[in-house]
Design a protein around this ligand. Sequence first.
Ligand code: ZN
Length: 402
Amino acid sequence: MNQFSNDFIREIPKTDLHVHLDGSLRLSTLISLAKDRGIELPSFTEEGLRELVFKPSYKNLEEYLTGFTWTGKVLQDAEALEQAAGELARDNFAEGVRYLEVRFAPQLHMHRNFTFEQVITAVDQGLRRARNEINGSLKEPEPPFEYGIILCAMRFFNSQFSRYYRDFTAVHPYSTPLEIIQMAGQELAKAAVKLQTESDIQLVAFDLAGSEHGYPASAHQEAYNYITKNFMRKTVHAGEAYGPESIFQAITDLHADRIGHGLHLFDADMIKNTPAQGKKNYVENLVNYIAENRITVEVCLTSNLQTAPHITDIRAHSFRNMLAKNLSVTLCTDNRLVSRTTICNEYRLALDNFDIAPGKLKDLVTYGFKRSFYYHSYTEKRKYVRKMLDYYESLEKKHGIR
Ligand SMILES: [Zn+2]
């Protein structure tokens, strides 16, 4: 135990910039939504589902992903999405999260009677209502709660993934699977830009999620170019199951502002094509580039331990190296239900297993706010961040942190 009490961790203003809506449902909500919609689940009790699906640890990534099959089935209408989004905001706020960026892949929820616009509107409504309710109950000098929505394109899908993907695949019989994936990404990018321009929905960024192996980021260059040219911001899941080259591609091909996971950033032996500068130099240069440009790494400790079972000791996680190299990093949950974690739990894990002095902790928290894809203007963002830091410092005093 260190000087950071659980109360301090809970009270300090925090962000969660990497959390998947469909991986973060309340278990009780999954059960009630399934019951109301006549959807079969492997069990209808929380204990049963924890034993069969949402486990403390998983054999491999496939087993980890099983949970999404069930949450995906219940999130196919506006009411369900709005409820899930609202509860996610409230649960986060209860843990001291003041800024939340929720991500999901709209094409997993769309079908003929449920359009892109309806999907996003439902999620925005849920978050918006929760935010207004939360902020209406705050007392000065407590800083307000705010949110943003990130849309995920998929590196990989097949026609089984959703009704939309089934239809999309069916109408492109002359295209290869990779071409179909590419086109779906471009379609999503266009939809995102259109909605961002024409509505006040708090859409802030574009993401690329899903299996990295065999599905390179370069396939999504065109979609990301379109996003960049329309001033939307970008994050990319990279280096989660694949080495430094995947992170390199995310930065050079897709111009990522942030990297999801980046777990294998330092693993030179995972490089497939030896670069001219040599593997060791390549990693060093890549790390320096990321640090220098403040490309922020969204670190998800629990999730990584579950999907990369070869990391048997959390202290061997590359987070240690990221801290040592002064990268801009922020702690995130990834999937609250599937990973059985909370943001407070992620901070507890980090503080108990890595050498983090009070100043460093404050930096970590600050990176989250500063490198968020805040919806409002940069001037407003600066004021917002300042308010967070003032509040943070008052809590340091209250808890005697020095
Ligand atoms: Zn993720």
